[in-house]
Design a binder for this molecule. Structure first.
Ligand code: ZN
Length: 373
């Protein structure tokens, strides 16, 4: 900045005197050298190279000089600015190199450090087994269907041919949810089975229908080694022309072979369900002893209690009344349904003795099943 100049002499402008130019140049060089990081250098740059810096102001004064003095002053200022810019660029390069070196050291990744200090979780075997069953049916052309867990009583019971005072209704030990209209004919319940999804599937689709319905279901049971108030079911439903019990058996034989190995097959025992007619309980040949423990007390089998067969679930040909409730013509179509619990299947497939192990969420239980995907 030019000094106050009372008697202005255009040849003797203070800011353009050689000593003054050298002084502001040296000041700039010293400021750059003193800058220890790029931020400080940026500030020094504004002060000594910016529009309001002494050298920039001096440069503007040149125009005020008489023509013959301009060349000399221009050279002086130009040399000084050149030296300042050069020093700035050099210091900038130095500080950038320093920063890069520091970043390399500070942000280095030590590839020899242990990578697994945070323990990884594991997918729950109920999930992986359920997905494996879904895959088996999807490969046969089935579609995975889902529905709400809080369900209208009509879907959970009435549409399935279970009358309000039907004994089957009480055996379900239903958990009721307060519905929008207390006292209304159809209450709201936590679904006791995944069958309401079958009803929804029939209402939403037109035959042929091939769906598998996996999901969580609820009963008012106490939690113990073999019961849980929340458990998982898989149900399948097939509606087509001419389907019979033998189609159901063939389908389930394929499923147990896929899950337990060649040679394992199923058998049917007569049973009763309101939503199927005829109905049956389905057993599968014990996959561990293949029935050879029967009559051989010296070779007992824990999986089937030496009975040779393991109970799998309930099944049957869909009751025509259920088809009618869902708008399906029973004269034209027939179908079969099957339902079983995933927990039970997991228990005998993997020798899990206590159901509580499955719901406690302890990763030590889950991890031995591996990352089955
Ligand atoms: Zn056995």
């Amino acid at each position: 900045m030019s000094a106050p100049n009372k008697s202005y002499d255009p040849v003797e402008v203070e800011a353009l005197k050689p000593d003054e130019i050298d002084r502001v140049r040296d000041e700039a060089l010293a400021a750059f050298a003193a800058a220890t990081d790029l931020d400080a250098l940026r500030e020094a740059k504004v002060a000594h190279v910016g529009d309001r810096s002494p050298l920039a102001l001096a440069n503007r004064e040149i125009g005020a000089l008489p023509p013959k003095a301009r060349a000399e002053a221009g050279k002086r200022v130009g040399r000084a600015r050149g030296a300042v810019n050069k020093a700035l660029a050099a210091r900038q390069a130095e500080l950038e190199a320093e920063r890069d070196e520091r970043v390399l050291v500070e942000e280095a990744v030590d590839v020899t450090l242990p990578h697994d200090r945070l323990p990884s979780g594991a997918r729950h075997p109920l999930t992986t087994l359920s997905e494996r069953i879904e895959d088996i049916f999807v490969a046969m052309g089935y579609e995975v269907a889902e529905g709400p867990e809080v369900e209208a009583e009509w879907f959970n019971f009435d549409a399935l041919n279970i009358d309000p005072d039907h004994p089957a209704r009480s055996t379900h030990d239903t958990l009721f949810v307060e519905g929008p209209e207390p006292g209304a004919d159809s209450q709201v319940v936590l679904r006791t089975q995944t069958s309401p999804v079958q009803i929804r599937a029939m209402l939403e689709r037109t035959p042929p229908i091939y769906v598998i319905c996996p999901g969580r279901v609820y009963r008012s049971d106490e939690l113990d080694a073999t019961h849980s108030p929340v458990f998982h079911q898989v149900e399948l439903l097939a509606i087509d022309e001419g389907l019979t019990m033998s189609d159901l058996k063939g389908t389930m034989d394929h499923m147990v072979r896929s899950l337990f190995g060649e040679g394992v097959h199923t058998r049917l025992r007569p049973h009763y369900f309101p939503f199927t007619e005829p109905s049956a309980e389905m057993d599968m040949l014990c996959f561990r002893c293949r029935g050879e423990s029967v009559g051989h007390p010296d070779r007992p089998c824990r999986t089937c209690s030496s009975e040779g067969w393991v109970e799998l679930g309930g099944c049957g040909v869909v009751n025509p009344r259920v088809l009618v409730a869902c708008g399906v013509d029973p004269e034209k179509y027939s179908g079969f349904a099957f339902g079983f619990g995933i927990e039970r299947l997991l228990m005998f497939r993997h020798n899990v003795a206590d159901m509580r192990d499955m719901i406690e969420g302890d990763v030590r239980f889950t991890r031995p099943f591996g990352m089955e995907i």
